[in-house]
Ligand binder design. Structure first.
Ligand code: FES
Length: 368
């Protein structure tokens, strides 16, 4: 891959190119024109019933690092919780109704509880602040069953790269790698030692396989090459952290093999924050049939623009996979860029404005 190629999406899949997106847009319009009747499901095929949400209670809370708390969640009746695999996340419904995703950081073998860690981000969307301010032992909340968009494939050699709170999905992977006798290394980077959660737990796994690397001791953030230098020969790389860290790692990977003289490696990653906008064009959104029209610049999402006028509009992943930001499209030709909606849902007018857009000069009329 060349250096200008943007990172693939959350699931490590390469982005669609412009031609494929146009093709998908044409298909969506065709499907929309056909309308609902032709798209109805085969009546003989049973409808899969959505599983009921989990009821959870906060059992313990502890300070893990500067601005980071850990919560243990359990079934209020003490029953076992649904199984999960390293890399999985939990979608929590907070007391305000906000929905947020948090990676599970505990041990999948422990079915008695789920463990999450949350860094307080005062400049974020309010979810982390709400967790810190309102979730104490005894608090009740609901959650969707764990889902995994960052699966651990247990390759023989792995390098786990964590940026700050990005350690949460990687800690269960390190535990799994140790349990299976894999050749693994983990590098955890952060501003200073007091910002790195789970340092003791990581060292207890195997101190020789864990590197804690802080900016204050090394005079700045690491380069991608510096991080990859810790890789066992030919390792698969799993990375969770802020976008600049992922970009640095990907660019360094594009530049050569991982591990001294080893073969090339696969990169699996999970990103914090919004997906990058590629091939964005300026368009407009109208708030209702008679509402104001807002311009969406090429480098901003429709959701960001909409939230300036409707600050209560919910969102969570900002990457087109959770569905929290779903709105109804009343008119206009959409360029669906999400990974969640089915053709039926798109035909019925659903749109995820955190990633979906329109062609240059078009206007999407939204029921918001
Ligand atoms: S915020 Fe998750 S799909 Fe839009």
């Amino acid at each position: 891959m060349d250096l200008l190629t943007p990172p693939p999406d959350l699931y490590g899949r390469p982005r669609q190119d412009r031609f494929l997106r146009r093709l998908t847009a044409i298909q969506d319009r065709y499907v929309q024109a056909l309308g609902g009747p032709l798209l109805r499901r085969n009546p003989r095929r049973p409808l899969s019933r959505p599983l009921p949400p989990l009821q959870l209670v906060v059992t313990t809370r502890r300070q893990l690092a500067a601005d980071v708390i850990e919560l243990q969640l359990a079934d209020p009746s003490g029953g076992p919780l649904p199984a999960w695999q390293p890399g999985a996340h939990l979608r929590l419904v907070l007391p305000s109704g906000r929905e947020r995703h948090y990676s599970l950081s505990g041990d999948p073998a422990d079915r008695a509880g789920y463990r999450i860690a949350v860094r307080r981000l005062p400049e974020g969307g309010g979810g982390s602040v709400e967790v810190h301010d309102t979730l104490h032992p005894g608090a009740r909340l609901t959650a969707r069953r764990p889902r995994n968009g960052f699966a651990f494939c247990a390759e023989p050699a792995v390098l786990l790269l964590a940026g700050g709170i990005g350690i949460t999905p990687l800690l269960p992977m390190a535990r799994e790698a140790q349990r299976h006798g894999l050749d693994w290394r983990l590098v955890h980077v952060g501003r200073s030692a007091d910002t790195l959660p789970y340092a003791d737990e990581l060292r207890a796994l195997d101190p020789h396989r864990v590197v804690l690397r802080t900016d204050d001791e090394h005079g700045g953030v690491p380069t991608g090459a510096e991080l990859l230098a810790h890789a066992p020969r030919g390792a698969a790389v799993y990375c969770c952290g802020p976008a600049p860290m992922l970009t640095a790692v990907q660019r360094a990977l594009d530049g050569g093999p991982v591990g001294a003289g080893g073969p090339g490696a696969s990169l699996h990653f999970e990103r914090f924050g919004a997906a990058p906008i590629t091939d964005g064009e300026p368009f407009a959104v109208r708030l209702g049939a008679d509402g104001p029209t807002l311009d969406v610049p090429a480098d901003r999402s429709a959701l960001d623009v909409l939230r300036e006028a409707r600050p209560d509009l919910p969102y969570s992943c900002h990457q087109g996979f959770c569905g929290t930001c779903e709105v109804r499209l009343l008119a206009g030709p959409p360029d669906h860029r999400d990974r969640r909606l089915t053709p039926e849902q798109r035909a019925a007018g659903s749109l995820l404005p955190c990633v979906s857009r329109a062609a240059e000069g078009e206007t999407l009329v939204l029921d918001v």
